[in-house]
Structures are given as C-alpha cells and as structure tokens.
Design a protein around this ligand. Sequence first.
Ligand code: HGY
Ligand code: MN
Ligand code: MN
Length: 422
Amino acid sequence: MTEHDLTARARRVLAECRLLAGMTEEPGGITRRFLTLPVRDVHAHLSARMKSLGMAVRVDAIGNLRGLWHPPNAGMRRLQIGSHIDTVPNAGAFDGVLGVVLALELVETALEKIALVQNAREREPMALEVIAFSEEEGVRYGAPFLGSRAFAGSFDPRLLALEDADGVRMDAAVRAFGLDPEAIDEAALDPKEVLGFFEIHIEQGPVLEAEDLQLAVVEGIVGQSRLAFRFTGQANHAGTTPMHLRHDALAAAAEWIVAVESIAGTEDGLAATVGKLDVQPNAANVVPGAVELSLDVRHMSNLTRTHWVRSLINAAQSAAHKRGVEVTWSENLDQPAVEMDKRLTAELAEALQACGLPAKRMPSGAGHDAMMMAARVPAAMLFLRSPGGISHHPDESVREEDVEAALRVGAKFLERLAAFVG
Ligand code: HGY
Ligand code: MN
Ligand code: MN
C-alpha cells in the first residue's frame, strides 16, 4: 500500500463520515438515536459497502449491523472490529462512526496483506467481522451500550419496558424497526469463535493534542454510573406563595447540581455530570413542582466511584429535605472500570512502533463498546487525536494525517494477528 493509496483511503474515510453525518433526525445538526429512521439509511449505505467487499451482511435483533468476511479456508475464530453508529444530540461527525468506517477500510486494505502473510506461513486466513453497534450513547432510553450488551450477552430484558421521551417502549421501537425483541439473546457472540474485539475511536479529550501525538493505545476504560433523579415538591402560584411556605423542587435540584460540581472537584480523576434536566410544569409563574435530572459519575477505581455516588445521593437528600421536597432515584448503569487485553494491547503497541510511532498508552475517560465486549473476549482500542479536545459537539474533528496513521497501524495490527491466528 503506497503512501498515495493511504492518503486516498484516509480522504475516503473522512468523506464517508461526513456523508453519514447527513443521515440525521434533525437537519442542520447530527442527531441519530437508537433505531430512528436515519439508522435505516446508515445501514443501507454500510451494507452496500460490506457487500462490495464480499461480506455476509445481517442485522441482529437489537439492530447491530454485522458484516462478516470469511475467506474459504479461514478458521472459525474471527477478529471483530467495530464501534457505534448512534450519536448524542447535536453531535460531531466522528464519535463512533469513524471506527466503523475505518474498520471497513481496514478490511479492504488488509485483505491483500492477510493473504500474503497467510500464504507465506501456510496459515488459515483470519476471518474479520465488522460491527456497527446500534446504540452506545444511551440517549433515547437513558440506558447506554444496548447494542454491545446484547452482543456480549449481557442485555437486561427489563430494559425493553423503558419508554422514550415520546412514550415509545423500547420493545415497540425494536418491532417498529422490523426486529424481534424476543430474539435479542440470539445476538450474543460465542467467545470460542472470536479471536478478539478491536475498536478505533477518537480520544474525545485533550491528552494526545497536548502531547502532540497522533494515536494512543487504550490501557483501560473508566467505570461509569448513570442514575436518574426526581425531586418532587409542590407546584404553586409564583405570586401568592410566600418563600417560607414553598416546596420548590427546582431550588432543591439547583443546590444539588452545584454540590455535585464542588464535591467532584475534591477527588482526583472523578468526573460527575448533571447533563439532563426536565422542569415540571416549566412555567415562569409556577413554583416548580417536580424536576427530573440525570447523574453521570466516572472514575478508574470502582470503590472510589461507588463511594462518591453514595455521597452525591446523600447530598440530594439533604438539599431536598431542607425544602420539604422528596427525592427518588434509579440507577440505569453501574459499569465497572475495564482493563483492555494485555496481549492484544501489546500487539497494538508493537504495530505502532513498527509504523515508527510512539506507543503512547492511556486510559479512556469516555465509555466505549469495547468495555462491554471485554467481558467476553479479549479487547483492544486505538485512539486518534481529538483536535481542540472537543467531542459530543459539532466542532468535533479528526486530522487526515491521523486517519492515515490509524489505517497504517490498524493494517499492521491485523497483519501481526493474522500471522499467529489459527
Ligand atoms: O458517554 C460516553 O462516555 C460515550 O461517549 N458514550
Ligand atoms: Mn459518545
Ligand atoms: Mn463513542
């Protein structure tokens, strides 16, 4: 593969991501939630590319799009490469989908190399499966990683009863997409058939740019708790209700949100975020009767994370109590921190060095499908620099030369794995 090919391929990856970004629920921005209409367009586009590569294509019962390249004399164990195609609201064009587009580019680029290496060593070629996970962000139903949890065999069927903002149950959304929610457990992989899972993703943070590095090997992914809180007070007239007689749910929530920020600032490596807030009845002349809000807490140590989740719940109870407001909460995710597979990670670091790049290793503050997959099969991740450290925002970007480097390192990684699979 010449440098020219590589540049052309990198340009095609960027063009593909920008094309897929146009498949959105909201024209003018990039919003693509779990199993919404634009997902059909993404599936159609990616399936056509998979078929052009000679891959067998299917969509499993939770909406993961899967393309399998299985050369005639390849063994059953395949390397799975992928990421997610859903987005946060008003997202950037690369979070998740870059990993799927790069995976397809790698399949196309690596085919010759795999054949060469296999022939040279009379080994079976390595089968490759590209996966576009249907839901990682957790935007539509508040429960993230639905696609990779089903894939990893850890999907909780109780989630099917969750309703979205329009009151549509998850199982109804699955059926509306033409899928069968009763068959979700059939999406689970068989670890005996899988060599490992490889995810390429933007860093979504400032570290690589600050160190002027293009790529990094991910050593581990922080643990993540996601909770939904409800403060219930008493709606009342804003003009006639004296301040000392109020049960203002929003004032209680507001005091708590500031407490979340200050408490999180006391612990190194702790991130706590209230990202969603819904005020009821949300009228200027009504004392807020109820407030629903989200809490996202992350840390590399599970003990530290769960300790602070407990503290933040106590802080919510105290802010509510002093106003005669009730607070309730539910936990939608308690995801322990995950280490990436040591051997695959070492091979990926070797691939970086073989391409003349520093083998930078770092943790991920963002959650990824690789953390679900790591529970069942060896998993590895490669990060690309995020210019400006920006993500989950329309200004999210990647540099063409970093995409080129990721293609080069990814191809080298597949070559190295193909040399010892069998
Ligand atoms: O929230 C996350 O960490 C990821 O972007 N889903
Ligand atoms: Mn994301
Ligand atoms: Mn992502």
